[in-house]
Design a protein around this ligand. Structure first.
Ligand code: ATP
Ligand code: MG
Ligand code: MG
Ligand code: MG
Length: 472
């Protein structure tokens, strides 16, 4: 079946609606009741209040397509076929209602029934936690061949204290052409490192309470939480070698080609990485700003700034020397319009933010890049393998290069960065700023010192104490 991404998203939601689930709209990327979380990173992250019992949902069965951001995957983007910073997680949730048997048989029905996805059962593999004989039994009962049920020790979802349990992950066999490992490689199984098997869905059977004493007590009311990556599913439907050759990304790539005047996606592998990074980051920054986050030097804002600057550096590699990211914003809005109409509505505002952030970085970009390339050349000429922390700090402080960008750029040249040295410079600058701020306010100094002393990790030692007392 050749379906559009909008149709596929809707099909998932319709299926679970037929099974009695309420379709819940995607929540904001900015968590509104969870200070421990920088970004919403999964469907279940928006459902904590139901799973911990603090709020009772109208319907214990819910389904959603949740926009999610994962910063731990930033450097995978463009290098793997399947990772994004912003992606959509389709999910179905049971808050103390149905459990393993239904979750398993509905998953199989959605994936294989000709009325729904209609995928070939031969291509599907289910991993199970070895001790979870129930999951294996239910997969078999619903029609999965025993040879397609794979035991994987990792399949246990546990975040420390709280609900936990075994999970079952579903892999799609994309065929021999995607095999990147030797036949006798120990990672050659669904769930291993072989890119032939694409992880599409994770079904968590939340059945224990992991107690403070470290024991696992059965939960009186067991929960289901699942996550299916929309972009990966679309890549299968649209027969795309990676997520990027789907209708979710291609229009952004085409626009980037047009702006680049001369570069073409598919011509060479290195340029393709840049096209992919730009398309991915354009989506993430557009959505993040649409949800009210803004570029800045810390927290969420720093993530946005880092993504914008990383995209701009890749733009340089494609010969995009003028501002270009802002022009991708409306394309993202159009692609996502059917499920996220707000983004296109906010496009003017988002473009303004992106474009001012672009021109700010563009002012120092060329000088910064010249310095960075010079440093790389000098380091290589000196037969060293590490860029000094002082220089990484100068790139950060004077030219606006986030440390991670410098590290990644140097990494592409086979070099490391002295990150500890960078931190020393960073701390010295913070101390200078603090001293400058408070040199004429002695009470303020004392107070800030007391605060420091109460925080062992921030304890600055006696040198600073005596210095400041000297000022008093
Ligand atoms: P992977 O092993 O491929 O990194 P994961 O095991 O970290 O994925 P889960 O935490 O199980 O992912 O999330 C559930 C589903 O969400 C995955 O099966 C996948 O389809 C999708 N997913 C997870 N991370 C990403 C990402 N960075 N980009 C796109 N889809 C993702
Ligand atoms: Mg992952
Ligand atoms: Mg995984
Ligand atoms: Mg997983």
């Amino acid at each position: 079946k050749k379906l559009s991404s909008s149709e596929i998203r809707q099909m998932y939601l319709d299926f679970f609606h037929e099974k009695g689930h309420t379709i819940v709209p995607s929540a904001s990327l900015v968590p509104n009741d969870d200070p421990t979380l920088l970004w919403i990173n999964s469907g279940v992250a928006t459902m904590k209040k139901y799973f911990d019992g603090s709020v009772v949902p109208d319907n214990p069965r819910m389904t959603s397509s949740q926009k999610s951001i994962r910063t731990n995957d930033i450097e995978n983007v463009g290098r793997t076929a399947r990772h994004h910073t912003l992606f959509e997680m389709l999910g179905n949730f049971s808050v103390g209602d149905y459990f393993k048997k239904e979750a398993v048989s509905w998953a199989w029905e959605l994936l294989t029934s000709p009325k729904w996805f209609g995928w070939d059962p031969e291509k599907l593999y289910m991993t199970v936690y070895p001790k979870d004989t129930d999951a294996a039994k239910f997969w078999e009962e619903t029609g999965v061949k025993p040879s397609h049920i794979v035991k994987v020790e990792d399949n246990f979802w546990d975040i420390g204290q709280g609900p936990s349990g075994p999970d079952s992950e579903i892999f799609y066999d994309r065929g021999e052409a995607f095999n990147n490992l030797a036949d006798d490689d120990p990672e050659n199984y669904p769930g291993g490192e072989n890119e032939r098997y694409l992880e599409v869905w994770n079904i968590v059977f939340s059945q224990f309470n992991h107690t403070a004493e470290g024991t696992y007590e059965p939960l009186p009311r067991k929960n289901i939480d699942t996550g299916m990556g929309l972009e990966r599913v679309v890549s299968i439907f649209q027969n795309a070698p990676t997520n990027f050759e789907t209708d979710l990304f291609l229009p952004i790539i085409r626009k980037t080609e047009a702006l680049s005047a001369g570069k073409h996606y598919g011509d060479n592998a290195q340029d393709d990485v840049s096209f992919k990074v730009i398309a991915d980051h354009a989506r993430a920054i557009t959505f993040a700003i649409s949800d009210g986050a803004l570029p800045s030097n810390e927290g969420r804002g720093y993530v946005i700034r880092r993504l914008i600057r990383r995209a701009i550096l890749h733009g340089q590699k494609l010969g995009l020397t003028e501002a270009f990211l802002d022009q991708l914003v409306p394309i993202v809005g159009e692609i996502m319009q059917s499920h996220y109409p707000d983004v296109l509505k906010n496009a003017d505002y988002i473009e303004k933010i992106v474009s001012s952030e672009e021109s700010r970085f563009n002012e120092t970009l060329n000088d910064g890049l010249n310095l960075l390339n010079q440093l790389i050349a000098d380091t290589k000429a000196a037969k060293q393998d590490t860029l000094p922390g002082v220089d990484a700090f100068k790139l950060y402080d004077t030219y606006g290069f986030p440390l991670e960008l410098t590290t990644e750029y140097a990494g592409d040249e086979g070099l490391k960065v002295d990150e500890a040295g960078f931190e020393v410079e960073m701390k010295a600058q913070r101390d200078r700023a603090r001293n400058a701020r408070s040199s004429d306010k002695s009470m303020g100094v004392q107070r800030s010192l007391l605060i420091d002393i109460k925080t062992p990790s921030e304890y600055v030692g006696y040198d600073e104490l005596t210095d400041v007392h000297g000022d008093l």
